[in-house]
Design a protein. Structure first.
Length: 501
């Protein structure tokens, strides 16, 4: 691990009173040790943590490196003023901005979406008539993830939202939880139509400026203007060292995930949330409408891998831009963020008037979950003898997930019939396929099989029959199937269907 573990940006917590100093807070003293221990344990290059309690910032500190040195250059340290992408933690900003519009009488949570975004459509007729702003924000519209509608898509955000109409509902309308970033984007675009400018102007006018936040960006291009900006990393699994990860380009403001902020400014956001919508004495958003964003709406089933990732949690519900769950019997309101090279976590403990945020620059790390539980234990006041070593606990979870995936691959390989040939020659199966939602997808067969879809190029190997395995990339090891039936040829992949043109 190349991070030096240099602690930077330490906020002085003991306040001088004449010649006397306030006694140190044992909880605060423990936070830095826990954060640096977690960073080293999870091999994360850089980390920033901000903790607030009762309106005060009690911990604001950077750990390790925002960028690792190369070719003899020095590592660049993380500080409280390092810019990080929030990814899906942006969603709570969008719901708070809509709360401000509800205060102003310009919108209502239960307004039909098309009242504010006339181009919006769902594929189901009943859902299309009834879908509301609230439905989009609490993930109960029935629209599934469909991340390829937006992730590295070759079209703009308006087109991503328009294409929602072309995907079948994954759940019955208002019949269950289906996380979907693109529906939150739609809610943000609807809100932007009620403001003077775009979604970014809405956030700036209604939230960021009133809160006193000054260091932020809405696109990757704007973020690159900040010299103190974190770089993202991947790897570090024991066999491969930590290496830079190509940046995800956010070309336009996106209400579901494009906001960049610094930990120092984020402290203002945390205090605003814990202080019933006030920034100091100014009421930025009414307590009533801000509270509405954090009311449980859509139950989340804690089964399978999701249950394994949240040990000790007994119930979890999605609100509007927030997840409501329990930790050691206390109510927690939080949300995670994940984008290429970064992981972010926001946690509010309302009964303790406390909250924190964790910013890490390593892809897919479980540091945020482990450190999040550790910090919650400290703020709740769990006695040391009753604390869980969350780093070890989540390491076990990580190992089990790896073992489960390996066993699944081995079982599939054992059942494989590689000598089962495709139903047609390669030159008949290969070609261009089309989906109204995802556009063209090209299947290339022969010496170098490949599947081209959106902006991706996935290398393939023949698996069995009409099935092909993706051998690298985002969906490595998944199977792509060619269906050959009375309706002709079609490609099936993760619930997506492409018909032969």
């Amino acid at each position: 691990m190349r991070g030096r573990g240099v602690l930077v940006g330490l906020v002085t917590l003991a306040t001088a009173l004449g010649v006397f100093a306030a006694p140190p807070d044992p909880v605060v003293e423990e936070l830095a040790e826990a954060c640096e221990a977690a960073r080293r344990f999870w091999e994360v290059p850089g980390l920033a943590v901000v903790v607030v309690r009762k309106g005060e910032v009690i911990h604001l500190q950077g750990y390790g490196s925002r960028r690792l040195g190369t070719n003899g250059t020095k590592d660049e340290p993380v500080s409280p003023d390092t810019l990080f992408p929030l990814a899906s933690c942006t969603k709570a900003f969008t719901s708070a901005a809509i709360a401000a519009l509800v205060d102003d009488g310009q919108m209502d949570w239960d307004d039909p979406v098309r009242r504010h975004l006339p181009t919006f459509r769902l594929s189901d007729e009943t859902a299309n008539k009834l879908v509301s702003i609230r439905d989009l924000l609490c993930h109960r519209s029935g629209v599934g993830g469909h991340d390829l509608l937006w992730y590295r898509a070759p079209w703009d955000l308006d087109e991503s939202v328009r294409r929602i109409a072309e995907v079948p509902l994954s759940n019955p309308f208002r019949g269950g939880y289906q996380y979907s970033s693109v529906t939150v984007s739609a809610a943000g675009l609807a809100a932007a139509n009620r403001s003077r400018g775009g979604w970014d102007e809405l956030l700036r006018d209604k939230l960021l400026t009133p809160l006193g936040m000054t260091a932020f960006a809405f696109t990757t291009k704007d973020a690159k203007g900040f010299p103190n900006r974190a770089g993202g990393y991947q790897g570090g699994d024991g066999s491969v060292g930590v290496v830079p990860m190509p940046e995800y380009e956010m070309a336009e403001p996106n209400p579901a995930g494009s906001l960049f902020v610094t930990p120092r400014d984020y402290a203002r956001w945390l205090n605003f949330q814990l202080n019933d919508g006030k920034a100091g004495e100014r009421q930025v958003v009414s307590a009533k409408q801000l509270s509405e964003t954090k009311q449980p709406h859509t139950p989340i089933r804690l089964d399978g891998s999701l249950k394994g990732q949240h040990p000790g949690v007994t119930q979890m519900t999605y609100a509007m831009g927030w997840v409501v769950y329990d930790h050691r019997g206390e109510r927690v309101i939080g949300h995670g963020g994940l984008i290429d090279g970064f992981r972010v976590l926001t946690v509010l403990l309302p009964e303790r008037q406390a909250g924190f945020a964790i910013f890490a620059n390593r892809h897919q790390t479980k540091l945020n979950l482990a450190l999040g539980n550790t910090l919650a234990d400290h703020l709740i006041g769990v006695a040391e003898k009753h604390r869980t070593n969350w780093n070890n606990e989540f390491h076990k979870i990580d190992q089990q997930e790896t073992a489960d995936k390996k066993a699944e691959r081995e079982a599939r390989a054992k059942a494989r019939q590689p000598n089962q040939r495709p139903t047609r020659p390669d030159d008949q199966l290969a070609g261009v396929y089309f989906s109204p939602a995802y556009g063209e997808a090209t299947l290339v067969l022969g010496k170098q099989p490949e599947w081209r879809v959106s902006t991706f190029r996935f290398p393939l190997e023949h698996w069995e029959g009409n099935a092909y395995r993706l051998t690298a990339g985002l969906f490595q090891d998944d199977l792509l199937e060619v269906v050959d039936d009375k309706n002709g040829l079609a490609l099936l992949f993760r619930g997506m269907q492409f018909r032969r043109k």
